[in-house]
Design a protein around this ligand. Structure first.
Ligand SMILES: [Fe+2]
Length: 266
């Protein structure tokens, strides 16, 4: 099965805790291609104090990879976003338009997504909104999270929540995700949660969220070449859990739908 789109991967070299060298970058992209991914979005961490990358640093690191990729030949198409740690600094960058939302992917067939709910009077429209990947710390959600997600909507951004199954509040009661969904967020499964990479609690939470049809898409969140073997196992497990049609929705159609939630492709 091919045509998968990976919305979350740390293959850009030497910018965060992902690939350390361009050789590792190539090994990851080749492995993901073999696993069925035809497009892979790089999502380097933007997390002040841990990975001090601003938009310019992320764009430069991605650009520096391009000659290496061009020389390597047959690879998935590559694109750029970022995994935004949702603290006060990054929140400010997001609402000021200084973040790295998901790109336009004009060569991929895009499926329109139903308009996400937003507050009355919001100036955001389907023609201008762009999805953006955000993550939280593991132990607790940020204060006033739902309000802040509505602020993103007003800034014409659609939040895509990275690995919700890995957050402790979700282990206790996944109803804590309801206000986020009400604020228009999409949930992005980290495939490797399904095979126990992060332990039993995230695995159980992921299985429950799959049962509830809560996820919009599934991603690799790969950091190292050795992660790809786990991704392959996780894709097999996903098929066992939900069947091939739903697996295809999560790996191929869902990511395209998220990217299609901005329709300024002309
Ligand atoms: Fe990540």
């Amino acid at each position: 099965m091919r045509g998968f789109v990976d919305l979350h991967c740390h293959w850009v070299a030497a910018i965060d805790d992902g690939a350390r060298t361009s050789e590792e970058s190539l090994a990851m992209l080749r492995g993901l291609h073999q696993a069925g991914f035809d497009a892979v979005v790089a999502t380097p961490h933007m997390r002040p104090g841990m990975f001090d990358n601003d938009r310019l640093a992320i764009e430069r690191a991605f650009a520096a990879m391009q000659p290496v990729l061009a020389a390597a030949g047959d690879l998935p198409s590559v694109h750029l976003g970022s995994e935004h740690f949702f603290d006060d600094v990054v929140y400010g960058r997001l609402v000021r338009g200084e973040a790295v939302p998901y790109p336009r992917l004009p060569r991929l067939p895009l499926v329109p997504l139903a308009a996400a709910p937003r507050e009355a009077g919001s100036p955001a429209t389907a023609s201008t909104r762009r999805p953006v990947l955000i993550e939280f710390g593991p132990a607790a959600f940020p204060a006033r999270l739902q309000h802040r997600l509505f602020d993103l909507q007003r800034a014409q951004l659609v939040p895509v929540i990275a690995h919700p199954e890995r957050y402790e509040p979700v282990w206790r009661d996944d109803a804590c995700l309801d206000p986020l969904l009400d604020a228009g967020a999409h949930l992005l499964l980290d495939l490797c949660s399904l095979v126990g990479k992060y332990g039993r609690a995230p695995q159980r939470a992921a299985e429950k969220l799959l049962e509830d049809d809560a996820y919009e898409a599934a991603c690799s969140d790969a950091h190292k070449p050795r992660d790809i073997e786990t991704v392959v196992q996780a894709i097999e497990r996903l098929h066992e859990l939900v069947g091939s049609a739903e697996a295809r929705r999560l790996l191929a159609e869902g990511p395209r739908a998220i990217l299609g939630s901005r329709d300024d492709d002309g």
